[in-house]
Write a protein that binds this ligand. Structure first.
Ligand code: IPE
Ligand code: IPE
Ligand code: MG
Length: 236
């Protein structure tokens, strides 16, 4: 594959509609969504993708019915607990990003466990956003910078793009090259804002549980044909 994206992010949307179309409860859609996730992670390992960042739960998703939120949290805990050794064996380095304050102690326990277990792995870097939002990330960053100035650790002129980046989630990783959203909506829904500044965007109507390795490959092929100019002019 020529011109492979280094950092890919996916807004995994459409689980609820997938289930509703089949007369099933939304949570069944989330369970099938988790299977799709496993498939896409394995495919990314096979294709030697460097970084995969996935949106699993936004700060706005708390406003869903209590039972759906509860089932989602259980699914996150179950998935991390059950797949951590498999991911470790496959040399995947897992980071969970987002505000952990509202997550259950049990979930945070497994988050810490998977991050510790896989932290030295050198294969795929897999970031999963749980209770994350781009605006939350930016507010956090502003607070950190405020304290650094207050404690006289930095001066106002030390603040530049690099500095802001270093105080956001995934500060050590490059910007997102390709952002994919499944499920038909054409919006960002408060996902990463800073790191998508120059991403190539790809929206597909396919609902997340139906999203296959072949669909993923088609998008990667489409990406390789895109002309990323970054504001420059190319003379042919
Ligand atoms: C995405 O699927 C998963 C989460 C937001 C947790 P949805 O649950 O949003 O599915 P739709 O968009 O309602 O079909
Ligand atoms: C975005 O999907 C969040 C995740 C996929 C985790 P939503 O279904 O929550 O987004 P909206 O409500 O359609 O914007
Ligand atoms: Mg949705």
């Amino acid at each position: 594959m020529k011109k492979k994206p280094f950092h890919i992010a996916i807004i995994m949307d459409g689980n609820g509609r997938w289930a509703q179309k089949r007369g099933k409860s939304r949570i069944i859609g989330h369970r099938y969504g988790a299977l799709s996730l496993k498939k896409i992670i394995n495919f990314s390992i096979k294709k030697k993708i460097n970084i995969l960042t996935l949106y699993a739960f936004s700060t706005e998703n708390w406003s869903r019915p209590y039972l759906e939120v509860l089932e989602l949290m259980k699914l996150f805990t179950f998935s991390i607990k059950n797949f951590m050794y498999e991911l470790h064996e496959k040399n995947v380095c897992v980071n969970i990003i987002g505000d952990r304050k509202k997550l259950s102690k049990n979930l945070v326990f497994y988050i810490n466990k998977i991050e510790f277990l896989t932290k030295n792995n050198k294969g795929l870097i897999l970031n999963i956003a749980i209770n994350y939002s781009g605006k939350w990330d930016l507010v956090n960053c502003v607070k950190k910078i405020y304290f650094l100035i207050k404690k006289k650790k930095i001066k106002i002129n030390d603040i530049n793009e690099n500095f802001v980046n270093n105080n956001l989630c995934l500060s050590n990783l490059p910007d997102i090259d390709l952002l994919i959203r499944t499920g038909g909506e054409k919006r960002i829904s408060n996902f990463f804002l800073w790191k998508i500044a120059y991403s190539e965007l790809f929206f597909t109507d396919i609902l997340w549980p139906d999203f296959s390795s072949e669909d993923f490959l088609n998008i990667l092929n489409n990406f390789s044909k895109r002309n990323r100019r970054f504001g420059k002019i190319f003379f042919s």
